[in-house]
Design a protein around this ligand. Structure first.
Ligand code: IPD
Ligand code: CA
Ligand code: CA
Length: 257
């Protein structure tokens, strides 16, 4: 199933890449200027969902644009056909495809593919995490003042909470960034480019593949109370594990203020 997920991500990636390179302007098809959907989100989704339906017709699929296709199965594919549409429309190469598979309540595989960056992150439960077939692991940094944190407000339109987090965390860390693709932000934690990703109100399709990547790369994923992660917990911290507790204290201090 992992090989097949990689194949679908690459197929969809080729279409995104062609669109990204050939068009000077990529139109938002949605009426809401803050809810971006391009024809490429839909084309990519068609390839991925079509592929899953063909090979695994009895599996459930949860995909951002199509919603939930519920077959009452134990397997659920969780798909974001284009993560970072905002970047994509502005010709910023930080966008990706995210595909995860859940068996009952457990994530068992995750793929994040960033076609312009030519980076394919892949993992299977218990088998480690890989970037372009090379093993990756979370950073070993213990010191908060040497850490780089990625963060975003997820689908939280009220950005007061994420602003509070920024205010609390930013003075103590080396850097704090927002990349515009939750899947890439998570993948950065998995490969040690960032020590943690802190996010409020994130949707399952944005985070499922990234979360299993971080866990398989030796990191930790919890909600803001330090509890075990599940798809309904939308305030999340994905970290290298070493700074997790310290960041949780800051997060909770920040949100109280
Ligand atoms: C968005 C990106 C962004 C995150 C938003 C997501 P989309 O996904 O992952 O980084 O901050 O919460 O909705 O809409 O480009 O697939
Ligand atoms: Ca997304
Ligand atoms: Ca999307």
């Amino acid at each position: 199933m992992k090989e097949y997920a990689v194949e679908l991500a690459k197929k969809a990636g080729t279409v995104l890449l062609q669109g990204f390179k050939s068009l000077a302007f990529i139109k938002n098809e949605s009426k809401d200027p803050k809810q971006l959907v391009t024809k490429f989100d839909l084309e990519s989704e068609k390839i991925i969902i079509g592929g899953i339906k063909k090979k695994y017709p009895h599996h459930n699929i949860l995909s951002e644009e199509a919603g939930l296709i519920n077959k009452g199965a134990s397997y659920t594919w969780i798909v974001d056909p284009l993560d970072g549409t905002g970047n994509f429309t502005k010709k910023n190469p930080f966008f990706s495809i995210s595909i995860a598979l859940r068996y009952k309540k457990e994530l068992i595989l995750g793929i994040v593919y960033a076609p312009v960056l030519d980076e394919l992150y892949a993992t299977e439960k218990g088998k480690g995490a890989f970037l372009n077939n090379n093993t990756i692991s979370v950073s070993t940094t213990h010191e908060i003042n040497k850490s780089s944190i990625v963060s975003c407000e997820g689908s939280d339109r009220n950005i007061i909470r994420s602003t509070k987090l920024f205010r609390e965390i930013r003075p103590d860390v080396l850097d704090m960034r927002k990349l515009g693709s939750a899947a890439i932000e998570s993948a950065w934690v998995a490969c040690g480019r960032a020590e943690a990703y802190v996010v409020t109100k994130i949707n399952p399709w944005d985070i499922a593949a990234g979360a299993i990547l971080v866990e398989e790369a030796g990191g930790k994923v919890t909600d803001f109370k330090g509890r075990t992660w599940n798809l309904n917990k939308s305030d999340l911290i994905l970290s290298n594990g070493k700074l997790h507790e310290e960041l949780l204290v800051k997060i909770n201090e920040g949100l109280k203020s």
